[in-house]
Design a protein around this ligand. Structure first.
Ligand code: PBG
Length: 319
């Protein structure tokens, strides 16, 4: 063998950290927090061990727990007290996310991102108002814009539209600007796939579609080139941060968006990615800390700057 080239020289303990190409920090993570207007006690989410739905009154405590691990950003999801055809509680001034945001912003130092979508708020569970066959794209835009403005009014630091409506970023950007929130950035769920990995989240946030699925608005898992077109449209419409979702099954897309765009790239390590590692660990088949850390490191290596992940707190504590 050619004895001059020995990659193992750089794998000794002292040098490994010096030549590491990627690392993880708690500041890379955004921790999802579920706030539930239908309960007055904290309820654990069975398919997402360690996660809970908390009442608005406990939102600050829940966020303080996140901050104590070194993670500085949260993304709030709401379960409203009631649902209707149009999802009107999504933009209510006294809505669950609006109330929680006001308190968290007033009482903590967290950077508060809010998820902007209608699926938790509509009685049919789709991400917009219904048209004849599927969600009516253009009729939904105005409602998303209203929702984003109501979040900004409550003090949200950043809004994150996740509904995969065409034109949603432009409509939200326009609405925010007109309402005087030109400083509030938009993190777009720019390439969001119609994925079976969202299962546990739909239990957690009670947002499963009552009929059909989301394949007429979320992306086809078969497509990667299309992701570049989707992301490009969001860039034109003023998106500040570009998200790919899910993360692990779509690392090719994360890497592609990293290469093709110069905006910050986010990846959402979704509920199913979290649940499957927990389930295997519960059986004793995988070491949870190890696979969690390796998953997040891989997502960064693929090119993500920030990661939305249910592992935020537990991995931050290991670092
Ligand atoms: C809402 C939304 C979903 C997720 C984030 N925002 C659900 C969906 O599109 O079905 C999924 C998050 C996860 O699985 O962790 N539109």
């Amino acid at each position: 063998m050619n004895q001059r080239r020995r990659p193992r020289r750089l794998r000794a303990d002292g040098i490994r950290p010096l030549v590491a190409e990627t690392d993880l920090s708690p500041q890379d993570f955004v921790a999802p927090v579920f706030v539930d207007a239908t309960t007055d006690e904290r309820r654990s989410i069975e398919s997402m061990p360690g996660h809970e739905r908390v009442p608005v009154a406990d939102a600050v405590d829940r966020v303080e727990e996140v901050l104590a691990t070194g993670v500085e950003a949260v993304i709030l999801f709401g379960i409203p007290g009631s649902k209707d055809e149009r999802g009107t509680r999504a933009w209510a001034e006294d809505g669950v996310v609006q109330r929680a945001t006001r308190q968290v912003v007033a009482e903590t130092d967290a950077y508060v991102v809010t998820d902007v979508c209608l699926c938790e708020y509509t009685d049919h569970g789709h991400c917009g108002v219904l048209g004849e066959l599927t969600v009516d794209n253009d009729a939904t835009l105005e409602l998303l814009s209203r929702t984003a403005i109501s979040h900004a009014e409550a003090g949200a630091d950043m809004v994150a539209p996740s509904g995969m409506m065409d034109g949603m970023v432009g409509s939200i950007r326009g609405g925010l600007d007109e309402a005087g929130f030109e400083h509030v950035p938009v993190m777009s769920y720019a390439a969001k796939y119609e994925s079976a990995f969202y299962g546990p989240f739909r239990d957690a946030a009670d947002g499963a579609p009552a009929f059909g699925d989301r394949r007429h608005y979320q992306m086809d898992p078969a497509n990667a080139r299309e992701a570049s077109r989707e992301v490009g449209l969001d860039v034109q419409q003023g998106a500040d941060v570009l998200m790919v979702k899910p993360a692990l099954p779509y690392l090719d897309v994360v890497a592609q968006v990293r290469r093709e765009f110069d905006h910050p790239v986010a990846a959402y390590n979704v509920s199913g990615e979290y649940a499957m590692l927990h389930a295997a660990a519960q059986k004793g088949w995988l070491d949870l800390d190890g696979v969690a850390r390796e998953s997040l490191l891989s997502i960064k290596r693929a090119g993500a700057d920030l990661i939305v992940t249910y592992f935020a707190e537990s991995v931050a504590e290991q670092l």
